[in-house]
Design a protein around this ligand. Structure first.
Ligand code: 4NP
Length: 149
């Protein structure tokens, strides 16, 4: 089973989602993350994401940003996007219905069908990163429950 977390820059939200899910599953489960944009390719996660993860005992500092590509549809079973914009941008690259079915809004794992979004914390303060961490902690618990139990 392979899971991919996707946001815009792959430096704030999806690195946290990757670190959280990876901390909750056996090592043979593949968990990765990517961004729809190429702005931050090769960079470490935002220091505020590294800090909130660290505060909660998770190290995400080894991660490096990469851009989502069409090959990710072949390499992953489930692709979780953070917001509606990421959703549109990933679906634009889908080649067929099978690709499309892999893509889901991550917060729909908690509240199916509500299409709630993980807000982009980039322009905000530290509190935004705490809120994102908390949402993704619950969402990744649900992913374990929904896909791995
Ligand atoms: P992320 O946050 O999508 O959660 O990684 C952002 C990071 C960078 C930018 C936007 C969002 N940016 O515009 O550079």
């Amino acid at each position: 089973m392979k899971f991919l977390m996707v946001c815009l820059g792959n430096i704030c939200r999806s690195p946290l989602a990757e670190g959280l899910l990876a901390s909750k599953v056996p090592a043979e489960i593949v968990v990765d993350s990517a961004g729809t944009a190429d702005y931050h390719v090769g960079e470490k996660p935002d220091l505020r994401s590294i800090a909130v993860a660290q505060k909660n005992g998770i190290d995400i500092s080894h991660q490096r940003a990469r851009q989502f590509s069409v090959q990710d549809f072949d390499n992953f079973d489930h692709i979780f996007v953070m917001d509606a914009s990421n959703h549109v941008n990933v679906l634009k690259l889908a080649r067929n219905a099978n690709d499309q079915e892999k893509v889901k809004l991550i917060l729909n794992e908690i509240n199916p069908g509500r299409n709630e979004q993980v807000p982009d914390p980039w322009f905000g303060k530290e509190k935004g990163f705490d809120d994102v961490y908390e949402m993704l902690d619950i969402a990744t618990d649900k992913i374990v429950e929904n896909y791995l139990k």
